[in-house]
Design a protein around this ligand. Structure first.
Ligand SMILES: [Zn+2]
Length: 318
């Protein structure tokens, strides 16, 4: 009788231990998921992974168990991003000049004169020429840009309304002539002011990388340019810019070396325009690496003559 009770107690203990172990294994399975690489030769069981976990890192929200796996996955992602063709030009909008004529801010003759001046100089946006020739004020051009892009216009901006150190690398801000204004952590939204054209493809790429919504607006071109110049004078210790790297394998080598050196827990990457942006998280802080990727030439254009193209591009400019 005594033996039977002892045996029952032992069985209960064994069952309890087994349940405890299963519970922990399940919890570990969730906390330390398997490696995202199909060909991974690393540890398969959750307990083995737990011991090895500190060597791995997350890439695009997928866990890779060791340096070799992170490197392989990163190279594959970079090859894909690097091979992307240059973003197509933004969809046709009502030409700025036409819009300003319709509003009564310019005459048709002034638009023709400004277009001719722009073509002769082969530089500047058409809005710049309206201002330069004294046909319109910066405020009028900015308002017209807001109408052209269907975005609110921010006319009164001061340094206080700007983010102290935004999460978007300066090289990307400069390329798209944009500045981050504010961000709301409650709605996970960043408000971005554009000084020239609003690039929705860039905004989409930024949203995916930061996991934030973006809300564009239009601000004065000079304000944005001055603000970018001011930002360039300030140190940005957590941002690293690399020159043109035509070979994605080189970008991969540099990226992996920084991930290891910093002990990054997580990496996210994306292509914004001609840039490959790698955002590394170490604990609660972030380091951004920006590579200038040479974009592949876009496919042969349609048969429009060069003159027609030049006229079209200048009319649609801005
Ligand atoms: Zn692995």
């Amino acid at each position: 009788m005594q033996d039977l009770r002892l045996e029952e107690n032992r069985m209960r203990e064994v069952t309890e231990f087994r349940n405890w172990l299963e519970g922990w294994t399940n919890r570990l399975q969730k906390a330390h998921p398997g490696c995202g690489l199909g060909s991974c030769a690393g540890p398969k069981g959750p307990w083995a992974r737990f011991r090895r976990h500190r060597r791995g890192a997350f890439l695009q929200n997928v866990f890779y168990c060791q340096r070799e796996c992170v490197e392989t996955a990163l190279m594959a992602q970079l090859a894909r991003l690097h091979a992307l063709p240059a973003a197509p030009p933004p969809s046709n909008r009502i030409p700025l000049g036409l819009l300003m004529v319709a509003r009564g801010w310019l005459t048709h003759e002034q638009v023709v004169t400004a277009l001719a001046a722009q073509q002769q100089a082969r530089s500047g946006q058409i809005g710049d020429w309206f201002e330069k020739l004294g046909f319109a004020t910066e405020q009028q051009v900015t308002s017209a840009l807001g109408l052209q892009w269907g975005c609110p216009v921010t006319l009164s901006l001061d340094a206080a309304s700007l983010m102290p150190a935004g999460p978007i690398p300066l090289a990307i801000l400069e390329a798209f002539q944009m500045v981050p204004l504010q961000f709301s952590s409650a709605t996970k939204t960043i408000y971005i002011a554009f000084g020239q054209r609003v690039d929705h493809a860039a905004l989409y790429a930024i949203e995916k990388l930061l996991d934030y919504r973006t809300q564009p607006c239009v601000a004065g071109r000079k304000f944005v340019a001055d603000e970018l110049f001011r930002m360039r004078q300030q140190p940005r210790p957590r941002e690293l810019e690399f020159g043109s790297m035509p070979d994605f394998a080189e970008i991969g080598r540099v990226s992996v070396s920084y991930m290891l050196r910093l002990g990054a827990d997580e990496a996210r990457l994306g292509r914004v325009g001609d840039f490959i942006w790698l955002r590394l998280r170490v604990g609660k802080s972030f380091t951004d690496l920006v590579f200038h990727a040479k974009s592949k030439p876009r496919g042969a254009r349609n048969a429009a003559s060069s003159t027609t193209r030049a006229l079209l591009s200048s009319a649609v400019a801005r």
